[in-house]
Design a protein around this ligand. Structure first.
Ligand code: C2E
Ligand code: CA
Ligand code: CA
Length: 432
């Protein structure tokens, strides 16, 4: 009796029952679950809703929420209760529902949320929903809510939002792993890049195979003790902008190592990969200038590589940033040339000193005349433009000889001359 008369806990802005009520109702549904019980929990998120409060003020925000509430209720079946979770999230649970039904409801819900009168033309909000089905994706309210919310977050982060997404175990595990990696990497960087180290891959002159430089390549020992290849963790560093502090450390380590090696290899050159996000940081140039000064390093021994794979939208900005490094004496390389979809455009836009020809370009060059000619004339073209060419990914002697004799490449970097090695191993191999 007491149960039935209790006052519902309502959210003051929308008059909807709150999270507490949702959990209670959902627990009730799941408590008596038998072999036939099934249904879905859908979390609906209003992306960017905080902008409404910021641009229009909190009163308009509350009014918008009320209109949104009405609009959502209008597209839901009459017996489905809408709940408001915290902030910009709503939730429903829907017994015996099918994915198709959820999609249809979401589509009309999206439409109905397009025109919220009080914010129309002022703020553009998208809507993203995540769905978890019971019993498949969880048998208790906590797990179901977590999984529906995670499906929504993943859809927003990876798909850009404005969609409905159904919980998938594999995608969730990947996402959780990435979040964990971010945490590990953040701690590692806070402790002075403790679990990071650099490997160095030799670069040789094509003419006589003599060593003249190395590329510094980042490695990370993950929380589980496994050394991960950069393609697995650099995107995470970039996405979280942790590449900025890590980038400082990389540059410092590479310059320090180069300084040591210059003692017995006076013409040595150290190549350092720079990601676009690092260029966007105001402090990069002063940091590099200071670092070179601290190690008394002549900038001519340093090369910065920018990969062709980077999605550059503002070439003036990139060239301006690199121009200041070039003025200092640092050389600039275009990395992975030939691997992108707009190679010639990159060449046209990017002011650089040398080109690194991508491994994919030299594939099949010994078996297909056309491919060999492509490499040969790409190198010729670069030479005409006063650009030096280093060919990457050379694994066999025959390819090296062809690049040297027929294609006139200037430099080679590839497993044939050495894999990336730690500082100690590199020194042992190359110190005369
Ligand atoms: P990248 O800059 O193109 O570096 C060359 C990659 O090709 C290295 O992979 C190297 O091990 C590999 N490689 C070199 N020669 C051969 C060969 O003969 N055969 C084959 N199969 N592979 C070869 P790694 O070390 O896994 O690095 C992958 C990418 O990660 C790099 O490609 C670079 O884009 C990025 N990266 C590495 N270190 C850094 C860093 O410090 N900062 C940034 N922003 N990116 C980095
Ligand atoms: Ca590179
Ligand atoms: Ca490359």
């Amino acid at each position: 009796m007491e149960q039935e008369n209790r006052v519902l806990q309502l959210d003051p802005a929308t008059n909807l029952p709150n999270r507490f009520e949702l959990v209670k109702a959902l627990d009730e549904e799941l408590k008596n679950m038998d072999g036939n019980t099934n249904g879905a929990v859908m979390v609906i998120g209003l992306d960017n809703f905080q902008l409404v409060n910021e641009v229009c003020g909190p009163n308009v925000g509350d009014e918008a929420l009320r209109q949104i509430t009405d609009n959502i209720m209008n597209v839901l079946p009459y017996d489905i209760q809408l709940y408001r979770l915290d902030g910009d999230q709503f939730c429903i649970f829907w017994p015996e529902s099918m994915p198709e039904e959820m999609e249809i409801v979401f589509a009309s819900l999206q439409l109905s949320l397009r025109d919220i009168a009080v914010i129309e033309d002022k703020v553009y909000c998208t809507t993203t929903a995540g769905v978890a089905f019971y019993p498949r994706d969880g048998k208790d309210s906590d797990t179901l809510l977590r999984n529906a919310q995670a499906a929504k977050t993943i859809a927003r982060q990876e798909g850009g939002g404005d969609r409905i997404s159904f919980f998938q175990e594999a995608a969730y595990e990947r996402w959780r792993y990435n979040i964990m990696m971010q945490g590990f990497m953040k701690n590692s960087i806070a402790r002075g890049c403790e679990d990071f180290f650099l490997c160095f891959q030799p670069q040789v002159r094509a003419a006589d195979a003599s060593l003249y430089g190395a590329e510094a390549l980042l490695r990370w020992t993950s929380g589980t003790g496994e050394v991960l290849p950069p393609l697995e963790f650099i995107p995470v560093l970039e996405k979280t902008r942790l590449i900025i502090p890590a980038g400082h450390w990389i540059i410092e380590q590479a310059v320090k190592t180069c300084k040591k090696w210059l003692e017995y290899m006076p013409d040595f050159q150290m190549s350092i990969n720079i990601s676009l996000y690092q260029l966007e940081e105001q402090m990069l140039f002063p940091f590099v200038e200071d670092c070179l000064q601290r190690y008394d390093m002549d900038p001519k021994h340093i090369v910065f590589e920018l990969t062709e794979g980077q999605n550059v939208t503002d070439w003036d900005f990139v060239n301006e940033q690199f121009a200041s490094f070039r003025k200092l004496g640092v050389r600039i390389a275009m990395d992975d040339f030939g691997s992108g979809y707009a190679t010639l455009d990159f060449l046209r836009q990017f002011e650089c000193d040398l080109i690194k020809l991508d491994r994919s370009v030299i594939e099949d060059m010994l078996t297909r005349e056309f491919n060999k000619n492509l490499v040969k004339y790409a190198i010729k073209l670069c030479h005409k433009l006063d650009l030096e060419v280093c060919v990457e990914g050379v694994e066999e002697e025959d390819i090296y000889l062809c690049l040297r004799d027929e294609c006139e490449a200037d430099a080679i970097q590839g497993f044939y001359f050495g894999k990336p090695e730690t500082e100690d191993v590199f020194v042992k191999r190359f110190r005369k």
